[in-house]
Ligand binder design. Sequence first.
Ligand code: PEP
Ligand code: MG
Length: 530
Amino acid sequence: MAEPRKLRATGASPGIATGPVYLADRPALVSVPVAPGTSGPGTLAEAVETAISALQDLADRVDGDSRDIIDFQIEVLRDPTIAEMTEERVSAGEHTVFAWVAAIDTHVAELEGADEEEVRARAVDILDMKNRVLGILSGTPVEDFPAGSIFVGKDIEPSRFLGHDWSAGGGIVLFGGSAAGHVALLARAKSIPMVIGCGRFDVATDSQVRIDGDAGMVFLDAQAEGLSPVPARVPPHTDAAAIDHGSLQTSDGVSIQLSINVNDPLEIDGIDAATAAGIGLMRSEFAVRSLADAANEDKQFHIYRRALEWAGGKPVTIRMLDIGGDKPLAGLDDDSGAMGMRGIRLLLARPEIARLQARALLRAALFGKLRVLLPMVTFPSEIDNMRQIFAEEAALLLRRKIAHRLPQIGMMVEVPAAALMLDTFENAEFFSFGTNDLAQYLAASARDGSDIRAYRDKAAPAVLRLITQAMTLTAGKPVSICGDMAGNPSFLPALLAAGLRHFSVAPAQRPAIGSALVGLNADGTRAAGD
Ligand code: PEP
Ligand code: MG
């Protein structure tokens, strides 16, 4: 039999996978075009019409009392006052979906404040209807590919990666791509083999390929002799007793916390909370994947509450939406890529998104030890502005008699200007180093280019020097590191020497990082006899 054709490229996530090729020629269609004023398929107007016709179907099948409730819901959906209020907010610059949600919420608040019990009870019917419409808006899935196949294409969007069922195995081969990009990060966390930087090559859809994410190899025509299929990869599961509860000690007895980074909120299902010090970073932008999700307070509340309940009282650090760069929010075209309008800047420019997320977080804070992390902070005023939003939304919840608690608010240290001036951030209650962006901005490199790895490695001494310096400016506040550097054993000595005592890494990296840490002294030197 013929030898398989081999391509040598770069491994971005380890492991071996074999399967039929899914050739993605074009980016996936993301079908939630809900920009202000649009009226094509997938718009708010269409979602409302879909909800009305589903409610009408339901009304035909239920008894008189239930029909009354449904008729009331339809009436509210058609209410011209709601439409006018929405229009007014849109004219003032709010996004259509958020404007509509705010108009509905105002109506709900009026009902909730009514004297008659019967009128107050109607608020629930409206909330149910609001969630129905948001569910329809966010439910349009991105074009998926067959389970078990090897995705081959120029790039793959985070939402497409997250929407795919990886339980049958499979892997990713990209013509371009980056090991520092967010999809690579997701692939490593989920143990999905991934090879990047192959350049364009010819391959037929459905032909068998094998990829080796450790060696960075792609074997085309994998049915050729000697390349039998490999079973779906089982994620490694080795928890040394030394890292039980996520609290361990260096060789010379200094306490270290080891937390996990969470991307897809479903990841925590397979993890025993007893083995981690909590969640050191939950990237909410991977839980809130569309504009409709961003406008859905209840959906967000349940996701955050679930993470807090999973942690059973240990700290859970949820980062507010870091939209921009290689993490766009479907349907929102405000972000300007990695530079400029990203993270907290975008949240403050679109306060309707921040306000709604703040409410969901304030409500979830009752269910555990929540710490809210702000992305891409550059100036102290950004934290003041976000605190103001939390205070105003807390006051609103209070008026509406909705239980909530103000969480701790801290910041990512991932913009060089902030790292250099950390002592001026008196309004941050804790800090978390994001070395992925810090390396990118220090080295003036793109995060999604194939050359990023070389720049990032060369910039590592500069990143470490900046972290060491910033560690002297933290005024004794809690500090952790959640960027990829924390998951690389070769950087641990320098990070320990800089004074870091709290590391947050992808769940799959936890055993290796735990074992490496217990073999080191707190000053980063290797323990005697190790
Ligand atoms: C970082 O920049 O190091 C970080 C943890 O944030 P993200 O990777 O999501 O940009
Ligand atoms: Mg970052």
